[in-house]
Design a protein around this ligand. Structure first.
Ligand code: RB5
Length: 145
């Protein structure tokens, strides 16, 4: 599975640790930046990751900023994207199972690396359940039209 990942200046360190975690688990990783702690604008990186998910060069996306909220708002403005800001394990698993989310957002100023690894694992290992959840996803995806 290939994961596109991006962050802003607030989350470079956590992003790099998540990349290492993902590679150790055997995932392919496409790092879209940012690469330094110089102040930058998170929507740029949200767009880069979401474009990769939409053009299928990545299966899923991960975005990290200070809170995870700016990244999730920006990502959800992009057609085809269902992003969830999850800073704990339970919602990371359930959002994949029920919302068929394709982008996970986290806040580097909210969670530590060990929780972040567990959130990432929960998100990537869960599977969409379909059925009534597909109907609901179809309903809100209609809002894009
Ligand atoms: C950057 O200071 C901060 O605003 C950003 O990382 C994020 O938390 C936005 O939602």
């Amino acid at each position: 599975m290939k994961i596109a990942i991006g962050c802003d200046h607030a989350a470079v360190e956590l992003k790099n640790k998540i990349i290492k975690h993902l590679e150790e688990k055997g995932y392919g990783v496409d790092d879209k930046g940012t690469y330094t702690s110089e102040s930058c604008d998170y929507p740029v990186y949200a767009k880069a990751v979401c474009d990769s998910v939409n053009d299928k060069s990545a299966d899923l996306g991960i975005l990290v900023c200070g809170t995870g909220i700016g990244m999730s708002i920006a990502a959800n403005k992009i057609r085809g994207i269902r992003a969830a800001c999850c800073n704990e394990i339970f919602t990371a698993e359930i959002t994949r199972r029920h919302n068929n989310t394709n982008v996970l957002c986290m806040g580097a100023r909210v969670i530590g690396e060990e929780v972040a690894y567990k959130v990432v694992d929960a998100f990537l290992e869960a599977e969409f359940e379909g059925g009534k959840h597909q109907r609901r996803v179809d309903m809100f995806m209609e809002f894009e039209k």
